[in-house]
Design a binder for this molecule. Sequence first.
Ligand SMILES: Nc1nc2c(c(=O)[nH]1)N[C@H]1C(S)=C(S)[C@@H](COP(=O)(O)OP(=O)(O)OC[C@H]3O[C@@H](n4cnc5c(=O)[nH]c(N)nc54)[C@H](O)[C@@H]3O)O[C@H]1N2
Ligand SMILES: Nc1nc2c(c(=O)[nH]1)N[C@H]1C(S)=C(S)[C@@H](COP(=O)(O)OP(=O)(O)OC[C@H]3O[C@@H](n4cnc5c(=O)[nH]c(N)nc54)[C@H](O)[C@@H]3O)O[C@H]1N2
Ligand code: SF4
Ligand SMILES: [Mo]
Length: 741
Amino acid sequence: MSTTTAAPAQTHCPYCALQCGMALTPAGEPHAAPDGRAPLPVTVSPRDFPTNAGGLCQKGWTSASVLTVPDRVTTPLLRGDDGELAPASWDDALDVVAAGVRRVQAAHGPDGVAVFGGGGLTNEKAYALGKFARTVLRTSLIDYNGRFCMSSAAAAGNRAFGADRGMPFPLTDLGGAQAVLLLGSNPAETMPPFVQHLAGAREAGGLVVVDPRRSATARLADDGQGIHVQPVPGTDMVVLLALTHVVVAEGLVDRAFADERTAGHDDVVRSVSAWWPERAETVCGVPAETLRRVARRLAAASPARGGRGAYVLTGRGVEQSAQGTATVTAAINLALLLGLVGRPGSGYGCLTGQGNGQGGREHGQKSDQLPGYRKIDDPAARAHVAAVWGVEESTIPGPGLPAVALLGALGTPGGPQALFVHGSNVLVSAPNADLVRERLAALDLLVVCDFVPSETALMADVVLPVTQWAEEEGTMTSLEGRVIRRRQAVAAPGQARSELWILAELARRLGSDVAFPTEPAVVFDELARASRGGIADYSGLSHARLDAHEEAGGTGLYWPCPAPGTDGAEHPGTPRMFLDGFPTPDGRARLVPVDHAGPTDDVRGDAPTYLVTGRVLQHYQSGAQTRRVPELDRLVPEPYVEIHPFLGLRVGVADGDRVRVTSARGAVEAVARWTDVVRPEVVFMPFHWSGPGSVNRITSDAVDPISSMPEFKVCAVRVEPVTTTPPQAAEPRPDTKEVPA
Ligand SMILES: Nc1nc2c(c(=O)[nH]1)N[C@H]1C(S)=C(S)[C@@H](COP(=O)(O)OP(=O)(O)OC[C@H]3O[C@@H](n4cnc5c(=O)[nH]c(N)nc54)[C@H](O)[C@@H]3O)O[C@H]1N2
Ligand SMILES: Nc1nc2c(c(=O)[nH]1)N[C@H]1C(S)=C(S)[C@@H](COP(=O)(O)OP(=O)(O)OC[C@H]3O[C@@H](n4cnc5c(=O)[nH]c(N)nc54)[C@H](O)[C@@H]3O)O[C@H]1N2
Ligand code: SF4
Ligand SMILES: [Mo]
């Protein structure tokens, strides 16, 4: 691997939405790696960027390892007649893909081909992918893994505020708060450098963490000063309704704010009247006194009561639920009634997860969306984007299917028979994953773009090798809506190519006359034009402006950042949204009454225990990247089940035993870890592995009716010792197959 420049590249971490600043110094001399592995092409060092302030987590520190993993995909792979994947030339591979698309679409029409994108793609790639689907494939069927990630918070934010920017304020604002209510989020493991921004609230005794586990983050609040609220899984709605009840009953509502800046106050007040804390306690298991204490502490921090400010933040623990949109709405209602939104020093935010989870949901890879966070069924939006793309408005398809429904339709009669996957490992990360395996196997053509042979890639007919973060230019949008530059430090190995090039080549082969530029800066300019006038307006931004801004000491610019108006002045970007009003028709935020329904797959006689799922510090998502980093793999090499000793004793599972966890969808097996961080009626499993302990084989694919987000977090299971031989997977796991070099 050769280096393209000797100066350190000022860029950001490849993984999560915190987008910690890092510098990549190309190794002048081959840089020795531990364990006799291939030399690392770059050295990672943290930068002093506002989100991380010089910190990185273990994943960030070791991220360069993924550049040179031994099984990196460096040539296109085609599945041969012998059923094995074998190296092929780009020409042959792309010809096979183009011929497959033509064959499938001739028989099944444009929707015979579907596309699945990812929240890790740069803004440029996400934009190009949405454009490719709509203009070249002309399919309505495109969606992405962001549907798994924050779609409920997005839906609730759009409904309440008229816009969805995960955090409509800079992360560093949190530092000044007197109270932070963190629901279903474990940043101490999922965004470690984020924790420093909670220091102010902690010192003020105002950090409140709501999690059925005493997570690493909950422990930060468990020191007698903060509060750890430990509800029964799936009952956050009840916690929030009770908190709101107390705020109303004790006269803590910010009436001036509610009157001036919100609509729907009376309905919401009525809707919480039946949720007095003692009643809530019987459902959510949180002592009534704790609920009162939390409500009072939040209110005391609110500007209306002279406090220093308070934030309500949500994570996947409350969002990945069939009532996720409603639960986030309840959190927003609470924040609005306390007067916390749209004023400096307070706010509601969602901790968006993936590296470009924010930008990835703005540029048109969502089934119902066009660039600029526009709706695909809005005639004005269609006309605007059609003009930028140079196509007839009528040729842009309408809304397609959201992720779970899309995956469920693959290979069915009338469903899509071909699928492109860009940046997701659905075989491990989608709910009810054994069904997803069946659906992928039923496809006529599966094309996966990746830089590692993920479990999903190993099922493909064609694998196309792509560049990864240190090998490419582009932009990402952090969880705060800050648009930042990803910069190239090294050349890509072998024949790996950018997806921008792949899409352009396919467009040409498929006879499209729509332009697909391959220079990221040029793609960005087009994206900016397409977004102009939309909610997520990037039209005042360009790579050149972002670079110049950074050279002058800046740290990225926030959308909306419209193009200069008649006065020619550059827009400074919008660090804090909603200060002057909400982008709703009447400028007011909407309070929407919601009520508790409970998990779709709730506990019962034969499945009396809750299974909750989530993450560990060392692994990222489906583990496709971090399981290949020896330092991380060594620390957490296999799936496990957190189980309370009381439950362990009752069902006969000792610490270290193999345990079987069975849901209505099937069974998985893993090692039991006795711990009192979980409630006794709850077991917890991280989802980072394939194989017999791959928890998504048993999670529920029930979805939220508004956001279509799956209910990953809570389902009902039976827990028992493994006394018989482990149930074998129906077929050898693809991760055990040999990968050609
Ligand atoms: N190490 C690591 N960091 C990551 C990632 C990763 O895979 N690994 N992924 C990134 C991405 S894409 C995302 S989306 C974020 C996710 O970041 P988080 O939302 O922080 O992560 P999770 O572990 O999925 O869930 C958070 C917590 O929800 C709790 N929980 C489960 N059920 C419930 C419930 O019913 N109610 C409540 N209140 N809590 C519940 C779990 O116990 C867990 O502690 O992390 C990002 N950062
Ligand atoms: N049980 C359970 N399941 C969950 C969750 C949970 O909390 N519990 N969380 C859900 C959430 S929030 C998320 S975000 C999903 C994430 O799960 P996935 O969608 O599977 O995400 P990753 O594991 O990050 O997979 C990304 C894949 O794309 C590749 N990749 C990375 N960058 C690029 C790129 O630029 N181009 C291309 N073509 N490929 C790239 C990586 O190598 C990897 O193979 O999992 C969801 N699944
Ligand atoms: S917190 Fe997120 S962005 Fe920061 S180093 Fe870790 S994985 Fe990377
Ligand atoms: Mo996510």
